[in-house]
Design a protein around this ligand. Structure first.
Ligand code: AMP
Length: 406
């Protein structure tokens, strides 16, 4: 199957060509005909499958065929985070480059000029709005937006939006949209609360599902059993001995992000910390530098795990075990984007064994456990059925003697 099979207009095909997309991915092959057919859709698809273009392409094609008076504020895309909103907007910019379709990302946290730019674009009536629910609610309450002509609503990463507590905001926003519209809901997982939301806002939806909570196939997954005190040295060993291009290291808290950043810099590794204390400009600057390959290593919390779309990330390291299977799949989905290959390494301490065993069960795969280099000392044994015996944080690193009693 090729993109020509969908009868897209030439200007959109030119955009696809420029983006280097030659063939639809499976989610695109399934979703595009349904969306072109004006049906509601509920799609279960993980990140990295090409789900964004799966809804953007048919919508962009439809917009190009509309008369001018039906185009403005035609489509609303709701995203859980500003990072994902920016990412979606950038994909629109690329795909719609030759079509004349306009879009604006609307999210909180920007400075005054950004806020004014958003308001101006909305008042001027751009075609597609990509928004986080919080900021959109604020604008709606100020009476800044009239969605009277809206034809398409897309909820991207709907499970994440609900996890972040946006259910009420979403319902409020939808209350201000025309009842007659086409609605598409994309989610990596389908827990009951997503079904409930879908039943409330979709009408006779078609359903498609592309591998639930399964990592993309091109990811080589590995685990090191390790004590907390060995983690930094193991990470340095991996980074210094492997031939990796762009690397993301996931850490559980922003304080740990900052600490690890300092530690790696002390060891002459070029890296940057990405966390919620940075303002929007700083975040965008770091992402730009990372995308341009000027920064090889990015250290961050789960704020980085969703929607960050950077080509050529060859290694993802989970310095701390992810909270659950969904987070695991999202984190490691940062590598092996669009059928390329990559490696995902997870450090598991004694305490995280059971949690990781549950993740393995959910993704239906047992991840190989690798031995740490002998110079790091003895590692814990993987045995998730056993109760953790030690308080991991109090373990001595290899080679260090027991502190003397005073
Ligand atoms: P997504 O799952 O939407 O986050 O997309 C993952 C990555 O795949 C992004 O970098 C897209 O630009 C890329 N992509 C999406 N569709 C295609 C395609 N048909 N061919 C090649 N790359 C694609």
């Amino acid at each position: 199957m090729t993109f020509q099979d969908f009868d897209f207009g030439d200007s959109l095909l030119d955009g696809l060509d420029a983006m280097g997309y030659s063939q639809p991915t499976p989610i695109q092959a399934q979703a595009i005909p349904i969306i072109l057919d004006n049906k509601d859709l509920i799609a279960c698809a993980q990140t990295g499958t090409g789900k964004t273009a799966a809804y953007l392409l048919p919508i962009l094609d439809k917009i190009t065929q509309l008369p001018d008076d039906q185009r403005h504020l035609n489509t609303l895309i709701l995203s859980p985070t500003r990072e994902l909103a920016i990412q979606i907007d950038q994909q629109i910019e690329g795909l719609a480059y030759f079509t004349g379709v306009s879009s604006i990302p609307v999210y909180g946290g920007g400075d005054g000029p950004a806020w004014n730019q958003q308001r101006k674009a909305l008042a001027g009536g751009c075609d597609v709005v990509v928004a986080t629910p919080g900021r959109l609610i604020a604008l709606l309450q100020m009476g800044e937006i009239n969605f009277g002509k809206l034809q398409h609503l897309i909820l991207d990463e709907a499970d994440r939006m609900l996890d972040m507590g946006f259910f009420d905001d979403i319902i409020k926003i939808i209350g201000q949209l025309p009842a007659k519209r086409q609605t598409m809901l994309f989610s990596a997982t389908m827990p009951p609360k997503i079904r409930k939301l879908a039943n409330t806002i979709l009408q006779h939806p078609e359903q498609i599902s592309i591998a639930v909570s399964k990592p993309a196939e091109g990811v080589l997954q590995q685990v090191y059993m390790v004590y907390d005190t060995q983690k930094v040295r193991l990470l340095k060993h991996i980074l210094k001995n492997g031939d990796f291009g762009s690397v993301i290291v996931f850490v559980s808290t922003k304080d740990m992000v900052k600490k690890l950043d300092e530690e790696l810099r002390r060891n002459r590794l070029v890296c940057k910390a990405f966390h919620s204390d940075l303002d929007q400009k700083e975040r965008e600057e770091i992402m730009r530098e990372f995308k341009n390959k000027n920064i090889p290593i990015l250290i961050g919390t789960d704020i980085l795990s969703r929607g960050i779309d950077v080509e050529g990330i060859s290694l993802v390291v989970n310095f701390n075990a992810p909270h659950d299977a969904e987070d695991y799949v999202h984190r490691i989905g940062r590598t092996a984007r669009a059928e390329r290959t990559g490696t995902a390494i997870t450090f598991i301490n004694d305490k995280d064994q059971r949690k990781f065993a549950a993740i393995e069960e959910l993704i239906g795969a047992e991840i190989p456990k690798l031995a740490i280099p002998p110079e790091l000392g003895e590692a814990p044994v993987y045995n998730p059925a056993a109760k953790p015996k030690t308080d991991d944080s109090k373990r001595r690193p290899a080679g260090k003697s027991r502190p003397k009693r005073r």
